[in-house]
Design a protein. Structure first.
Ligand code: PMP
Length: 284
């Protein structure tokens, strides 16, 4: 089965797909993206990803591409690849024009995608839990937009790996725990979940949304409220959520154990419930 690229309406091998050097996504980071995954041949929460994609484009005032056209292209690429467990990266930039900070209306957005088989996280990480560091949140004030401007996220992730850890957690100057470099964050305290509310400072994660729904059905209490680093260190359990991350336990942060430094029962249960939902959901 082939890894494929989609480039403004054409499907081709990834190595053959190139964009013009004056693409504004390339020169200004003037682009947005999505990442959708499939389970057993079905794309998980595709409509929710499309909702977020449309919102990101709207917030950056891109000229619109019809939702139905985007969806059709995604499904066509997915079908051509034949991967049952696929990861589809979707990127839309404002368009191509001679370099100028100001942009004109009526540009044609550039729409590209790649599809590959999902590389699952190591089993040992899921079974033993991951280690994280905290880092200062140096990102811009609109982290709710899924923009391709990810340099602070890349630097933070690399800092974590260089420190022998698995990921980094952004904490604001005012001591508010935000999210991971490519994931949302939940803490468990006295049997109740707490996660950052939806503001301009975090991405409205689709997996976060799935977890909120799962908790609602399972009768697990969730509070969307701000919390600081002391509550993070003192939590019974901490986990990250994301399309590839799914539900990933964090057992050490800044070299301090979380709870008894083992994967907790609520994290374990939510991972199982998320997988169950992903495998049961009907195709979009
Ligand atoms: N926060 C950030 C900063 C992310 O990059 C991601 C992954 N795209 C998430 C949260 C999780 O979002 P999702 O569950 O939609 O993958």
């Amino acid at each position: 089965m082939p890894d494929l690229a989609y480039l403004n309406g054409k499907i081709m091998p990834i190595g053959k797909a190139t964009v013009p050097i004056e693409d504004r996504g390339y020169q200004f980071g003037d682009g947005i993206y999505e990442f959708v995954a499939s389970y057993a041949g079905r794309l998980f929460m595709l409509e929710e990803h499309l909702d977020r994609l449309e919102r990101s484009m709207g917030e950056l005032t891109f000229d619109a591409i019809a939702r139905e056209d985007i969806k059709k292209a995604i499904l066509e690429l997915f079908e051509q690849s034949g991967y049952p467990r696929a990861g589809i990266y979707i990127q839309i930039s404002r368009g191509v024009a001679p370099r100028n900070h100001a942009f004109s209306r009526g540009m044609s957005p550039q729409f590209v995608m790649t599809i590959r088989a999902v590389k699952e996280l190591p089993k040992s990480l899921r079974e033993n839990g991951a280690r994280a560091i905290t880092v200062k949140d140096l990102r811009w004030g609109r982290c709710d937009i899924k923009s391709v401007q990810l340099v602070p996220n890349c630097l933070a992730k690399q800092k974590a790996l260089d420190a022998g850890c698995d990921d980094a957690i952004f904490v604001s100057d005012q001591n508010v725990v935000r999210e991971g470099t490519s994931s949302n964050l939940f803490i468990v305290s006295d049997g109740r979940l707490i996660t950052h509310p939806l503001t301009h400072n975090i991405l409205p994660g689709i997996t976060r949304l799935a977890i909120l729904g799962i908790c609602h059905s399972a009768g697990i209490e969730v509070q969307e409220s701000f919390f600081g680093i002391e509550e993070l260190y003192g939590a019974d359990e901490v986990f990250l959520t994301g399309t590839i991350t799914e539900v990933l336990p964090i057992v050490r942060i800044d070299d301090k154990p979380i709870g008894d430094a083992a994967v907790g029962p609520i994290t374990r249960r939510l991972y199982a419930l998320l997988r169950e939902k992903a495998l049961a959901d009907t195709p979009a």
